[in-house]
Design a protein around this ligand. Structure first.
Ligand SMILES: Cc1cc2nc3c(=O)[nH]c(=O)nc-3n(C[C@H](O)[C@H](O)[C@H](O)COP(=O)(O)OP(=O)(O)OC[C@H]3O[C@@H](n4cnc5c(N)ncnc54)[C@H](O)[C@@H]3O)c2cc1C
Length: 431
């Protein structure tokens, strides 16, 4: 990839074949700026940005697409000729402006092939961050202490949503692994200038840990095994100060390639009692007790703060959630021709998700407590009446009311519907 500052567009240009890691390792040294994107090094910007990518800096700085100024897209015309179109946020042409907008959360593989992104006013990452990584042993939990942990976690983020405060910038990942893993993990990061007791970042981390890791939950210990797709950092039981880039690198797990299935949910409020019971049950306590996969996890990310105050109109409409849930399961296939235990892993993730959102048709509907799903964890079960028994379609769950405008963009820029997949934006006549 060639990152460079483009004086004509007054923006940093990043090529679409780059990965998250390129963005951190190349763009940051060159510009002193960072995309507030995901921590997994291998995630490609082509899909990540177009779906509205987020990461550990997002409570501080918002979504990656909040800084997207322009896209260059190869589009296919009605006569099958191809044009390379540059579309900007303030484009005088409303169709091109719409094409830019559709790439701020509309998802990849819908309108054409993005070849370049330009970002304007990117934030500088914190120079130093405080990282904590802890784990609790599953056998130490009772349903009551598990409930207290989830209640405390949800309440903390309901109460801390101001990005002007360290507590509002603190980003965390709670990894509720299946019991087979042996542990539940927690990673937390906040910006801090020093590790002095009176540093505001240190104080925020201390208050957070007191809330979720106090004497109402089992004793925690250093995290020795990886937490979902994040590497273990056993040396950070006690909060450790490190340069931001070092922390980003430390969290970046580089496990083997494997198969996986994801599901997601935006939460506007702390967990309901019913949701907590379902998670307890399906993590191996009363259901799937003999399931032996260490890599089956409900990961709960902190969310909101700067994400909930977007500077522009984007196609990422979930802007008042406090938590974002990622259901993940990974497995190895014995060979390309042999799916192995795939059915067993799919059964775990499907049934666990359905049980968590049983009150709303098996999915986190746009409603009082939940706000749909993240298009970057695409889930074809949302289109399946066996798994989504709510009255909300897959496109409502991903895009809310933005879908109609996305369809208009589709009709204008991909009139032959060349770019399509199981959940691609449908041309208007095709709804
Ligand atoms: C291990 C792991 C960790 C993750 N962590 C995070 C995270 O922390 N935060 C987060 O927000 N997301 C995260 N994600 C989700 C990630 O953002 C999406 O999977 C994203 O779509 C990946 O983009 P890709 O280009 O690598 O994938 P691909 O599978 O190659 O592409 C995804 C979609 O985008 C389309 N696409 C790809 N490139 C282009 C292009 N140049 N032009 C047009 N369409 C294109 C493809 O056709 C496809 O429809 C994670 C995913 C994984 C597997």
């Amino acid at each position: 990839m060639r990152d460079r500052y483009d004086p004509d567009l007054e923006a940093w240009c990043v090529q679409a074949g780059a990965t998250n890691w390129h963005a951190y390792s190349h763009l940051y040294p060159l510009s002193g700026k960072a995309l507030p994107g995901g921590s997994c090094y291998s995630v490609g910007l082509g899909g990540h940005i177009t779906g509205g990518g987020y990461g550990l800096l997002s409570r501080q700085s918002g979504l990656t697409v909040d800084y997207l100024y322009a896209v260059e897209v190869a589009v296919v015309n009605a006569d099958r000729t191809v044009d390379l179109v540059v579309a900007t946020r303030d484009d005088p042409d409303p169709d091109r402006r719409d094409l830019w907008w559709a790439h701020t959360g509309g998802g990849g593989g819908n309108f054409g092939v993005v070849t370049r992104f330009w970002f304007r006013d990117l934030p500088a990452p914190p120079e130093r961050v405080l990282i904590t990584a802890r784990a609790w042993k599953w056998p130490d939990f009772t349903k009551e202490s598990f409930t207290r942990l989830l209640n405390a976690y949800g309440e903390y983020f309901a109460d801390h949503q101001d990005p002007a405060t360290p507590a509002g910038r603190l980003f965390t990942l709670l990894t509720l692994n299946h019991r087979a893993n042996g542990e539940i993990g927690l990673i937390a990061q906040v910006d801090a200038d020093s590790d002095a007791e009176d540093d505001p970042g240190v104080a925020a981390m201390r208050a957070f840990l007191k809330k979720v890791d106090g004497d109402r939950v089992p004793d925690s210990h250093p995290m020795w095994s990886s937490a979902a797709e994040h590497a273990a950092i056993p040396g950070a039981y006690k909060p450790r100060l490190m340069p931001w880039l070092t922390a980003t690198q430390a969290l970046n797990s580089s496990g083997e390639n494997r198969c996986g299935k994801y599901k997601s949910a935006y939460l506007r409020k702390p967990f309901t009692k019913r949701q907590i019971t379902a998670m307890w049950d399906y993590l191996g306590n009363t259901h799937f007790e003999n399931y032996d996969n260490k890599e089956a996890v409900i990961q709960i990310d902190s969310y909101g703060s700067a994400v909930n105050d977007p500077p522009h109109d984007t196609a990422s409409p979930q802007r008042d959630s406090i938590l974002k849930m990622q259901y993940q399961v990974y497995w190895q296939r014995p060979s390309d021709d042999d799916a192995g235990d795939e059915a067993k892993h799919l059964a775990w993730i499907r049934e666990t998700y359905r049980a968590t959102f049983a009150a709303t048709g098996g999915v986190p509907v746009i409603g009082e407590n939940t706000d749909g799903c993240y298009v970057n964890y695409p889930d074809t079960d949302l289109s399946d009446a066996d798994w989504n028994t709510s009255d909300q379609s897959w496109h409502k769950l991903y895009y809310k009311d933005a879908y109609t405008r996305l369809q208009r963009v589709k009709a204008r820029w991909d009139p032959l519907n060349i770019f399509q997949h199981a959940q691609s934006i449908r041309p208007p006549a095709d709804i």
